[in-house]
Design a protein around this ligand. Structure first.
Ligand SMILES: Nc1ncnc2c1ncn2[C@@H]1O[C@H](COP(=O)(O)OP(=O)(O)OP(=O)(O)O)[C@@H](O)[C@H]1O
Ligand SMILES: [Mg+2]
Length: 257
């Protein structure tokens, strides 16, 4: 997390003569009931979400976006799943032991999200900062949908979430995800391979099946939540140029194509 450069998170006009976009104020709303007592008209910053499967390149792209935004005078804050100080350690323990039912695990994740929303995302937006979120409620919902949970219940639960200014889904074929994840970690993650679902005893096979199910779940959410699908098979720089163009449009209040 980086310190705010100015009160509004935007460098003063003139300090860098070019390239500084002063973000236009946008109308904000929650998906549903939201967080009680929050005045959305006071949230001057922008919330940009990067979604995608394990190994789709989220961290790579977010780091490049942070460098770009900061060099253009914006103050940035990064958030992601399972990063709350409140429950992230307990969540790890619960997952290691595989002791919770889907519903309680889901609510555990929702608690982690709510904590970060209330204590990091909303204060940062109030201070005019750019919040870059490595995944958001959609991954949580997709994981639960794949595990047979009720979509209406999930939509209601995540009605607490703020509608982001843009959501980018980095789309990578499962076969390529295997290559990237394996090259990075030399193994596949138990949960990201959906091993708890009993799709296959073989980790690779389970990973491919699980990622295909996750993709289907994301597609079912897309019509409601409107992600921008980004072809993330391309070279890192090309993807980033595409994201930067779209984020510039968000900052200047234009429609994102
Ligand atoms: N466009 C790309 N083409 C090829 N390889 C890439 C691309 N983007 C990222 N990679 C590589 O794929 C691996 C995963 O990238 P990265 O860590 O950014 O993904 P991630 O979505 O954050 O993964 P995780 O879910 O593990 O956090 C890294 O080794 C990275 O160098
Ligand atoms: Mg990452």
């Amino acid at each position: 997390m980086s310190a705010a450069k100015t009160k509004t998170g935007v460098a003063a006009r003139g300090s860098r003569s070019t390239n500084v976009i002063v973000p236009l104020k946008s109308k904000r709303r929650f998906y549903g009931h939201g967080i009680p007592g929050v005045d959305t008209s006071k949230l001057a910053g922008k919330l940009i979400v990067v979604e995608g499967a394990d190994g789709s390149g989220r961290s790579t792209q977010i780091q490049m976006l942070v460098d770009w935004l900061e060099s253009a005078g914006h103050s940035t804050v990064q958030v992601g799943l399972k990063r709350s100080t409140l429950v992230s350690e307990e969540l790890d323990h619960a997952q290691d032991g595989n002791i919770l039912s889907h519903t309680t695990l889901s609510l555990f994740y929702a608690t982690d999200f709510a904590d970060q929303l209330e204590n990091i995302i909303l204060p940062a937006l109030r201070a005019g900062q750019m919040v870059l979120s490595d995944r958001y409620i959609y991954t949580l919902m997709a994981r639960d949908i794949v595990r047979g949970m009720d979509e209406k219940w999930l939509k209601n639960l995540y009605g607490m979430a703020l509608v982001p200014d843009a959501v980018f889904y980095l789309n990578v074929a499962p076969e390529e995800l295997v290559q990237r994840t394996f090259a990075k970690y030399s193994t596949l993650d138990y949960w990201e391979s959906g091993m708890d679902l009993g799709l296959s005893r073989d980790l690779f096979d389970s990973f491919l099946k699980y990622q295909a199910l996750m993709l289907r779940a994301f597609k079912s959410l897309q019509s409601t939540y409107g992600f921008h699908i980004i072809d993330a098979h391309r070279p890192v720089e090309l993807i980033n140029a595409d994201l930067r163009k779209k984020i510039e449009a968000v900052l200047t209040g234009h429609r994102v194509d």
